[in-house]
Design a protein around this ligand. Sequence first.
Ligand SMILES: NC(=O)c1ccc[n+]([C@@H]2O[C@H](COP(=O)([O-])OP(=O)(O)OC[C@H]3O[C@@H](n4cnc5c(N)ncnc54)[C@H](O)[C@@H]3O)[C@@H](O)[C@H]2O)c1
Ligand SMILES: CC(=O)N[C@@H]1[C@@H](OP(=O)(O)OP(=O)(O)OC[C@H]2O[C@@H](n3ccc(=O)[nH]c3=O)[C@H](O)[C@@H]2O)O[C@H](CO)[C@@H](O)[C@@H]1O
Length: 429
Amino acid sequence: MKLCVVGLGYVGLPAAVVFASRGIPVIGIDIDHRKVEAINRGQTPIKEPGVDTLLRQAVADGKLTATTTHDALRECQAIIIAVNTPVEDGVVNLTQLKNALETAAKNLNKDTLVSIESTVPPGTTEKIAKPILEKSGLKTGRDYYLAHVPERIAPGRAIEELTTAPRLVGGVDPPSTQRAIELYTTINKNLYPTDATTAEFTKLIENTYRDVNIALANIFALMAEKLGIDVWEAIRLANTHPRVHIHLPGPGVGGPCLTKDPYILITAASVEHAKLIQLAREINRQMPTHFTHLVLTALKRHSINPREATVAILGVAYKGGIDDTRETPAQPIIHLLKQHVAEVRAHDPYTQETFGATPTTTVEEALENADAAAIVTDHPQYRQLDWKKLAPLMRHKIIVDGRRVVEPHTAIEAGYTYYAIGYGKAFKI
Ligand SMILES: NC(=O)c1ccc[n+]([C@@H]2O[C@H](COP(=O)([O-])OP(=O)(O)OC[C@H]3O[C@@H](n4cnc5c(N)ncnc54)[C@H](O)[C@@H]3O)[C@@H](O)[C@H]2O)c1
Ligand SMILES: CC(=O)N[C@@H]1[C@@H](OP(=O)(O)OP(=O)(O)OC[C@H]2O[C@@H](n3ccc(=O)[nH]c3=O)[C@H](O)[C@@H]2O)O[C@H](CO)[C@@H](O)[C@@H]1O
């Protein structure tokens, strides 16, 4: 059996190299010739731990080749579609997916499985993909097979999660579910069969649940700031209750999924009370502004004129331990701070991106003569910092912690004034 993977981005490429590593010959297809050329040279166009090694090996073994030509679909008995489904002005754009399906229909072999991994509105596989693919003259569930197998990988852990994280397998009919299980069982034994529309819906509600839960944590944080309470302590205590699992507040929710999937869900099924989900999105989108406000309040409380101040942003990636800056809250935070503050510097151990802030290569360089350290990302390296040793570098010893990377008592003992999202004790007079 040969597998074609259409779309070699953050989802398609890890899948391609993992299938190839299990001995399955894979043809990767992408319209971006630079990606295709890089892959054929054995170089990964995306940064994802482990992909580089598996890719080099797969190309060297002749198990993975990439092409821009969709005719290659003719050689495959299984096709994974992993093109992007971006949300624009709150509405999902399925153009890439429809184009990929049209070319698949023109090159579809009898008995082939088509698996859609892209995140899509419920009903897309059944009502959009199926009619397009049946233009081939083949009948679904009899002549060829169709499933939605949503991708659940978290960036930074893709390779591990592809083989271990539970996976939904939703065929449009039982034979399609069965064929999809046969394909995915070669890389992951933890499969949950269902139907395509349930799989599509489930993918969206998982990320929506996470976004709404984080929004709730963010509201609690704002309340704690008013009440003079430490929300981190309160959430830790609340979560000792066996039926409570409150997520963590922060300076914003970034990444390619939580910022997009709730909108796909709301638009797909417009029920009145979906405004809960909409509101959660708005709360999370507001957090970078709130964090910026905390930084400016901290400067004011220390009688520092922002126009003469330097703020060091620690962390540009959207979450800890990775270099991914898609939809990162650091971008609006830097943008807003630059409107008020003389100099905004940025440091990140994983990425060079600074969104217009002055780049720095070490934490020491970022903090030298700075008035405040503003921690945006929970990189593991930041948890190891010796704040006592760093203190003499700074002009003013102020920490504004978006992620509870520093324990308040550690900062205070090292001579800092400590502010944080949800740390109401900083404001208690
Ligand atoms: N990035 C993630 O971590 C993640 C996780 C789970 C689900 N998803 C979902 O997976 C899908 C893909 O996301 P991504 O981040 O990999 O996107 P991406 O933009 O990184 O990759 C998509 C790739 O598809 C290619 N492409 C577009 N049209 C094509 C066509 N007709 N034929 C061949 N190639 C084509 C693009 O050139 C690009 O390389 C989205 O629906 C996304 O919501 C993403
Ligand atoms: C349901 C779920 O788990 N889905 C995962 C999610 O992966 P992700 O990479 O987007 O990672 P998250 O951890 O959700 O982070 C997003 C942003 O939220 C911030 N955050 C997080 C937790 C918290 O308590 N408080 C916060 O503020 C964090 O800093 C970051 O900015 O979507 C992928 C694509 O669909 C999935 O495949 C993947 O399984």
